[in-house]
Design a protein around this ligand. Structure first.
Ligand SMILES: *[C@@H]1O[C@H](CO)[C@@H](O)[C@H](O)[C@H]1NC(C)=O
Ligand SMILES: *[C@@H]1O[C@H](CO)[C@@H](O)[C@H](O)[C@H]1NC(C)=O
Ligand SMILES: *[C@@H]1O[C@H](CO)[C@@H](O)[C@H](O)[C@H]1NC(C)=O
Ligand SMILES: *[C@@H]1O[C@H](CO)[C@@H](O)[C@H](O)[C@H]1NC(C)=O
Ligand SMILES: *[C@@H]1O[C@H](CO)[C@@H](O)[C@H](O)[C@H]1NC(C)=O
Length: 373
C-alpha cells in the first residue's frame, strides 16, 4: 500500500507554465489565491508530483450521486434538479448544467488534471454522440444511492446498479463499434479511469440511530462490491473510489443539532464506519480481482479539515463553513433548498456549502491524502 499527497496547486501551476488556455489560467490563479489565503500554504511548488496509476488515461467514466452528477437528472422526472440559476454561477460563464454547486465537481477537476474533456452526462447524449465519444461518460444521478430504493421518494434517479447497466449498454451498443477488434476495446476499458462517488444518500434517506451502524454499512458495502465486481467483469481495471462525506456537518443536519451548528457526531461516526469498511474491502478486492488498482480518496477528512476544529464559527476569517450560499437565509426546513427563487450569496467560494446538501466548487478543488493499492 502506498500513501502519498496529491497537490492540485503545484500540479496546476506546473501545467499553466506549459501553457493552458488563458481563461482556465485565470480561473486557476483566482482559485489558487483564494485558497492560498485560506490555508496559508507554502507557495513553493513541489518538484515532483505523484501521478495516479501513471496517468495518461484515454477516458474517465463516472458513477455516483449529486456530488458528481453533470446533468443526468435534467432528463428525469424528479425534484432533485439543479439546472437553473443560481446553480452554475461560476461554471463556464454562468451555465446551469445540472451540476449541484456553483461550479466544477470533483469529477471535473480530475478530468482537467488528466487533460480530458469534462465528462458529459449520459442522459443528455444522442445515439450519435454516444457512438462518437471515447473520452468517458458520466452516469451519476442526484438523490440516488447504492440501495435500489434510495432517493426515489423525490423522483426518478439512476441507482448504482442501473448506472452499471447503462455502462454495460454503452460498451455493447457504442464502444464495441468504436473499438475494433476486441483487444482494442479491452485495452480502452482497462486503461480508462473509473470514478465512483456514491452511498451518502443511503444514509440520508434510510439510516437512523435506532439501527446498528455496522449492519447498515455491511449491507451497503456488500451491494457496492457486487457492482465493482460487475465492472471488473466488464473490463474495468482502474478505480478511483471516493469515500462518503461527513454528512453530520452539512447545513441540513447542523440546523437541528444542539448546540446549534455543531456536527452530528453520531451520524459522522456511522458514515466513518462505512468508510473504514470500504477502505479495508479495497485491500481484499485488490487481492481478489486480477490486475486491478484502487485509489481511495478521503473526501470525508478533507471536508472536515475545511470546516476546521471549531464547531460554530468559520475556521478562518474568509470561509463560512456552516451556512449554505443558497438559500442565504436557511432555516433547516425539510423542504427548504436552493430554488430558482432563492436569494444566494454574492461570492459562493467564501462558503464551503453551496446549498444545504452540496459543497461549493472551492470544496471540490482538493488538496488531500489518497491511499492507493
Ligand atoms: C465526434 O468527436 C470528435 C472528436 O471528439 C468531434 O470533433 C466531432 O465533432 C464529433 N462528431 C459528432 C457527430 O459528434
Ligand atoms: C428507523 O428505521 C427503521 C427501519 O426502517 C424504522 O422502522 C424506524 O421507524 C426508524 N426510526 C426512526 C426514529 O425514524
Ligand atoms: C494487466 O494490465 C496491464 C495494463 O493494463 C496489461 O498490459 C496486462 O496485460 C494485464 N495483465 C493481465 C494478466 O491481465
Ligand atoms: C455564514 O453565513 C450566514 C448567512 O449568510 C451568516 O448568517 C453567518 O453569520 C455566517 N457565519 C460565519 C461564521 O461567517
Ligand atoms: C418562484 O416564484 C414564482 C412567483 O412567485 C412562483 O410562481 C414559482 O412557483 C416559484 N418557483 C419556485 C421554484 O419556487
Amino acid at each position: 500500500m502506498v500513501y502519498f499527497f496529491f497537490f492540485f496547486f503545484s500540479i496546476i501551476l506546473e501545467k499553466m507554465e506549459m501553457g493552458s488556455s488563458s481563461s482556465l489560467k485565470t480561473c486557476f490563479i483566482l482559485l489558487f489565491f483564494c485558497l492560498l489565503n485560506v490555508f496559508t500554504i507554502s507557495s513553493k511548488p513541489l518538484s515532483k508530483e505523484s501521478v495516479l496509476f501513471g496517468g495518461n488515461f484515454p477516458a474517465l467514466y463516472v458513477i455516483g450521486d449529486s456530488l458528481v452528477d453533470s446533468g443526468n437528472n435534467n432528463h428525469l422526472d424528479t425534484l432533485a434538479k439543479s439546472n437553473f440559476p443560481p446553480y452554475g454561477s461560476d461554471f463556464e460563464g454562468g451555465k446551469s448544467t445540472g451540476r449541484f454547486g456553483n461550479g466544477k465537481t470533483i469529477a471535473d477537476y480530475i478530468a482537467i488534471y488528466y487533460e480530458l474533456p469534462l465528462v458529459p452526462a449520459y442522459m443528455g447524449l444522442s445515439e450519435e454522440q454516444k457512438n462518437n465519444i471515447s473520452t468517458g461518460i458520466n452516469y451519476a444521478s442526484a438523490s440516488c444511492g447504492i440501495l435500489p430504493d434510495t432517493g426515489k421518494i423525490v423522483g426518478e434517479c439512476l441507482s448504482l446498479s442501473v448506472q452499471v447497466d447503462l455502462f454495460k449498454e454503452t460498451i455493447d451498443k457504442n464502444l464495441k463499434k468504436k473499438f475494433k477488434p476486441q483487444p482494442e476495446l479491452s485495452k480502452h476499458l482497462a486503461d480508462s479511469l473509473f470514478m465512483t462517488a456514491i452511498g451518502v444518500n443511503d444514509y440520508s434517506f434510510f439510516y437512523n440511530k435506532t439501527m446498528d451502524a455496522n449492519d447498515f454499512a455491511n449491507k451497503l458495502i456488500h451491494e457496492f462490491f457486487i457492482q465493482i465486481q460487475r465492472l471488473h467483469g466488464l473490463g474495468v481495471r482502474k478505480f478511483f473510489v471516493n469515500n462518503l462525506k461527513p454528512l453530520g456537518c452539512y447545513p441540513n443536519i447542523i440546523a437541528h443539532t444542539v448546540p446549534h451548528g455543531s456536527c452530528d457526531n453520531d451520524l459522522n461516526l456511522a458514515v466513518s464506519i462505512y468508510n473504514a469498511k470500504l477502505r479495508r474491502s479495497l485491500t481484499h478486492m485488490k487481492q481478489k480481482l486480477s490486475n486491478t488498482s484502487f485509489l481511495y480518496s478521503d473526501y470525508f477528512n478533507f471536508m472536515l479539515g475545511l470546516r476546521g476544529p471549531s464547531s460554530n464559527h468559520a475556521s478562518s476569517n474568509l470561509l463560512n463553513t456552516t451556512s449554505p450560499c443558497c438559500p442565504s437565509i436557511y432555516d433547516g426546513g425539510a423542504l427548504t433548498g436552493c430554488s430558482a427563487n432563492s436569494s444566494s450569496c454574492a461570492m459562493p467560494d467564501t462558503h464551503i456549502f453551496f446549498d444545504p446538501f452540496h459543497p461549493t466548487q472551492l470544496a471540490n478543488f482538493r488538496r488531500e491524502k489518497f491511499a492507493m493499492w
